[in-house]
Ligand binder design. Structure first.
Ligand SMILES: Cc1cc2nc3c(=O)[nH]c(=O)nc-3n(C[C@H](O)[C@H](O)[C@H](O)COP(=O)(O)OP(=O)(O)OC[C@H]3O[C@@H](n4cnc5c(N)ncnc54)[C@H](O)[C@@H]3O)c2cc1C
Length: 383
């Protein structure tokens, strides 16, 4: 099935309705169907996989920017480590290669300040027994000859990898279609209907659908579906360059930006973080900043043609952490949102844990720190 195909025979009931056909909604739909849940309906108001998940860079890099070990870091690493088998089973199911590239990630330092930052990161991650290598300028240049001569040192994270997120979306769309998930593109969910603190269905632009479980995977638009969960859009712009032959092998970060080489010769340069509501424009300021930071990483970038630009809206919750699991107040209401900068990375673990919570009826231990109920608890503390 292609991303833009539409199945419009909307039924008026389902066991489980998923709101949102981005990487999160699709992965949950697949995980539920693989567990034998037969009557899953995924509702997407546009076409599958056309919002934040399409705009992303596909980096699966929990270690590169982490300054400490906490529940969130563990969840990110757990999900990254699921990717090899996730990619393999998607290939078996659909024939789509999601281009999981395991070359690794470099993080470059240019100033004393940058160097202190990477030294500290190296120290805590080494103490924690995580795989990380410290490189001199010369060692970094040997690995990636086109990086700037101004690099003072670097870290290499061999387990921080990347995936072609648009191919991932195609693979997931194919997979859920084969697994007979009912997909309704072009249908907008207006409201989750509840009675006596239980979900009874969703009101949509195409009518009411009765169901006992709803998964809200609506990304940056989550608060329109349920205003108790505050999720705001954070715009990220991206510049796509044409680099044939490819300029780098690794994903390369600096503290200010990153470049991601794709197998087909695209080189993605990102990004910005802007609180500008739901505006998805690409701006002169955004592109200028991204290109300045990319050229700092590799001056050779200045000679590359610009192939494309775009922007997407990262879903950020009130505390910046994902919102995952059943809502204590309403039976049958489950959230899988607020993945902010890491939704591609977190997709496999989100799919596994949310599907387990629904099918087995208890919340896996890993989800506890991310429960939607943490916001209700904070609100009652404030009263
Ligand atoms: C520039 C940029 C770079 C990024 N790079 C990375 C990266 O390298 N690695 C990484 O892990 N993450 C990255 N991210 C973050 C990642 O893209 C997001 O965290 C992830 O895509 C969120 O997935 P989602 O399915 O929740 O949201 P989305 O992909 O936005 O999907 C939500 C879907 O819900 C639909 N929807 C909303 N409301 C309704 C409704 N009422 N009814 C029906 N449908 C509805 C929307 O139309 C949309 O399709 C990046 C993001 C951006 C913008």
């Amino acid at each position: 099935m292609r991303l833009h195909d539409t199945l419009r025979n909307l039924k008026n009931s389902a066991d489980i309705v998923i709101i949102g056909g981005g990487v999160i909604g699709l992965t949950i739909a697949r995980s539920l169907a693989l567990r034998g849940v037969r009557d899953v309906c995924l509702i997407e108001r546009n076409n599958l996989g056309t919002e934040s998940s399409f705009a992303a860079a596909g980096m699966l890099a929990p270690q590169a920017e982490a300054n400490s070990r906490d529940d969130f870091f563990e969840l990110l690493c757990q999900s990254r480590d699921l990717y090899a088998s996730f990619a393999e089973s998607l290939k078996d199911e659909t024939g789509v290669d999601i281009e999981l590239d395991t070359t690794g990630t470099l993080y470059l330092a240019f100033s004393e300040h940058d160097q202190r930052e990477i030294d500290e990161r190296f120290e805590w991650q080494t103490r924690a027994g995580l795989p990380v290598e410290k490189l001199t300028r010369e060692e970094a240049k040997l690995l990636e000859p086109r990086i700037s001569p101004n690099v003072s040192g670097a870290l290499r994270f061999p387990n921080d990898i990347q995936v072609e997120n648009r191919r991932l979306l195609s693979a997931l769309a194919n997979s859920v279609s084969q697994l007979e998930v009912q997909i309704s593109n072009g249908v907008h969910v207006e409201k989750v209907r509840t009675e006596n603190n239980r979900v009874v269905g969703v009101e949509t632009s195409a009518g009411f659908i009765g169901c006992s479980t709803v998964v809200v995977a609506a990304g940056a638009w989550t608060s329109f579906v349920d205003s108790k969960i505050q999720v705001e859009p954070v715009r990220g712009q991206m510049v796509c360059l044409s680099a044939k032959p490819q300029l780098t092998r690794h994903v390369i970060y600096s503290p200010r930006g990153y470049v991601v080489p794709r197998q087909d010769g695209r080189l993605l340069a990102g990004s910005t973080s802007e609180a500008v509501g739901f505006a998805k424009e690409v701006t002169v300021g955004g592109v200028t900043t991204i290109l300045r930071n990319a050229i700092e990483i590799s001056p050779s970038i200045a000679a590359l043609p610009i192939a494309d630009t775009w922007a997407g809206l990262r879903p950020r919750s009130a505390d910046g952490l994902p919102v995952l699991g059943p809502c204590g107040e309403i039976d049958g209401l489950v959230f899988a949102t607020g993945h902010y900068r890491n939704g591609i990375l977190l997709a496999p673990v989100t799919g596994e844990l949310i599907a387990s919570a629904i099918v087995q009826g208890f919340v896996p231990r890993e989800l506890a720190p991310f429960s939607p109920d943490r916001f209700a608890a904070r609100m009652s503390d404030m009263l």
